[in-house]
Design a binder for this molecule. Structure first.
Ligand code: AMP
Length: 298
């Protein structure tokens, strides 16, 4: 079953102890799509500005993504710059320029409105709400956000959270939105806002999944070469949602495998800048690393 993702397609400037890249292709929807495409058809809903290179659009098309709803508006592309230090676990945002995102109203076709699996990747919660209002009867809706929106658009974020099935957050975001320090308490409290399932990403410490039926905890893939973690969370969410889009039931077993796929997909993302590694990813490579990962678990 197809998957529709709304999010940012961005120009990222990233500095890590391993180097710096200026204005490279990034954004939450881009990173999400690099792993989701391995499992299903991915419809990308986003906006870019006049400065967005045509080669990037061709690149996204070349990866098999459906870009009918990737629109170009007059103005500048959303851009983000950030820096990672030390253990590379935390991104320090240096600058966020919304550009054309500030007035973006997503428009999708009648066929896209029928898509059953939807992911509202990190973007303005008002834009997430507007996209969701045009979907007919989605079976599974996931959502990601970040501190930028928690701090500036909390009421809209709470409103959209009430309408989704899975909330994907990192530990800082879960704490900041719930006001709870303990992550289990945070997940429970977030689940009371609406999402039946809450997935908390803890960077190098793995992930924690909460639902009122069961909980799951999984360590991160033991990665040695961390070059640039930008988009690791989105890559995780892409594989997680991509795999679930192919399944009929949201059973414990299916969610467990989706978490494993997400973990392994994210491990490829961090091994190089931007999409340099994930754009070459295949399901075969993912499965092979998953096999190794499973041997590391006990
Ligand atoms: P992640 O590392 O998974 O949290 O995602 C990083 C990606 O999110 C980068 O490629 C950025 O372009 C994008 N990003 C950063 N800030 C925002 C924001 N406020 N809204 C939407 N996307 C953002």
């Amino acid at each position: 079953m197809s998957l529709l993702v709304l999010g940012t397609v961005a120009l990222d400037t990233v500095k890590t102890p391993h180097g710096e890249r200026k204005k490279m292709l990034g954004g939450s929807a881009t990173h999400f799509s690099m792993s989701a495409r391995l499992f299903t058809d991915v419809h990308l809903v986003a906006v870019v500005g006049e400065d967005f290179p045509v080669k990037h659009v061709n690149f996204l098309k070349g990866k098999g993504l459906i870009v009918d709803s990737l629109i170009r508006e007059s103005g500048k592309t959303f851009s983000w710059s950030g820096e990672y230090k030390g253990d590379l676990n935390t991104a320090f945002t240096l600058n966020t320029e919304l550009g054309v995102l500030a007035s973006f109203k997503p428009v999708i076709s009648d066929r896209q409105k029928e898509i059953k699996n939807v992911f509202l990747a990190n973007v303005d919660p008002d834009i997430q709400l507007s996209l969701l209002a045009s979907m007919r009867k989605p079976r599974l809706i996931g959502l990601d956000s970040m501190n930028y929106w928690i701090d500036t658009k909390r009421p809209a974020l709470l409103k959209v959270l009430n309408k989704v099935d899975i909330f994907v957050a990192n530990d800082q975001e879960a704490r900041s939105l719930s006001g709870e320090d303990n992550l289990i308490k945070a997940a429970k409290s977030l689940s009371c806002i609406g999402p039946k399932m809450v997935l908390v990403k803890k960077g190098e410490h793995g992930v924690f999944f909460y639902s009122d039926k069961f909980m799951l905890a999984l360590p991160a893939y033991p990665a040695e070469d961390v070059i640039d973690p930008t988009g690791a969370g989105d890559t995780f969410a892409g594989a997680f949602m991509g795999y679930l889009s192919r399944t009929k039931v949201l059973s414990r077993q299916n969610i467990k495998l989706a978490l494993e796929y997400g973990t392994v997909a994210a491990s490829f993302n961090i091994e190089d800048f931007g999409t340099d590694k994930t754009h070459r990813l295949t399901l075969k490579k993912l499965d092979s690393r998953l096999g190794f990962f499973k041997k590391c678990l006990f």
